[in-house]
Design a protein around this ligand. Structure first.
Ligand code: ZN
Length: 244
């Protein structure tokens, strides 16, 4: 089975479509949350995901529009985008977001948005945060999103204890998953934050036990124009050009 692993689409349909067009054959989508928030196409992105066999977990922005999180915890631009998204979502799409679990265990893998320790909120930005999180899931691999940065953390056992390696995965070639435990982040489809504006995603091949990271350009201006039209905050519009 080949899985398209995506996260943090953030209502950016142009980016999502570019990923789907470039992904080639896959059997199923695993989506790691934050389908909505920030971008101009929340309903369209949910509808697009639903066209495919998929599994999806809830992200903090999905919860924010449902008011399961306090919007005051968001910065002002994110609050504005969340309120706008709330007003756009159809009742069916609200129900869909409400139905999303925070953790899934599938095919012997764990899927969460933030971290296995705090599935909705925690940012796994550093090996020092990844290391304790290996105790919070029982499978060999855990997929996370939330930071919008494509990375792999590998747990290494040594004579004097455990430590966590950070791997910046190379693009466009299958990487063997190996025997060690991994926390795997495919990066963000709709709002990358690693200085590269291209949409980020990964293809997991469980038969061959590999993962392949990819970046794909998409028409950023198309998304930006749609955001301008509905008066989403200027900072959220400009950041897409730079990938931060
Ligand atoms: Zn996000």
């Amino acid at each position: 089975m080949r899985y398209l692993i995506i996260s943090d689409i953030h209502a950016n349909l142009a980016a999502f479509e570019a990923v789907l067009d470039s992904a080639g054959d896959f059997d199923k989508i695993w989506c790691l949350g934050d389908l909505v928030g920030y971008g101009p196409d929340p309903n369209e992105c949910i509808a697009k995901l639903q066209q495919f066999d998929h599994l999806c977990v809830a992200g903090n922005h999905d919860w924010a529009v449902l008011e399961r999180l306090d919007l005051e915890d968001f910065n002002p631009d994110a609050q504005t985008a969340s309120r706008w998204t709330q007003a756009q979502l159809t009742p069916d799409n609200c129900t869909f977001l409400q139905s999303l679990p925070t953790t899934l265990i599938e095919e012997g893998l764990t899927l969460v948005h933030g971290s296995p320790r705090q599935p909705v909120w925690e940012y796994v930005l550093y090996p020092s945060v990844a290391l304790p999180n290996f105790s919070y899931f029982g499978t060999q691999f855990c997929f996370i999103g939330h930071t919008h940065v494509p990375l792999i953390y590998r747990l290494v056992l040594q004579e004097f204890g455990e430590f966590c390696e950070l791997i910046q995965p190379p693009l466009n070639g299958p990487i063997p998953l190996g025997e060690k435990r991994l926390i795997i982040n495919p990066g963000s489809v709709g709002q990358p934050r690693d200085g590269d504006s291209r949409a980020s995603y990964a293809i997991l091949d469980l038969e061959h036990r590999t993962i392949e990271y990819r970046r794909i350009p998409y028409p950023v201006e198309e998304t930006q124009q749609r955001m301008e039209k509905v008066n989403l905050p200027a900072r959220l519009i400009s950041r897409l050009s730079f990938g931060w």
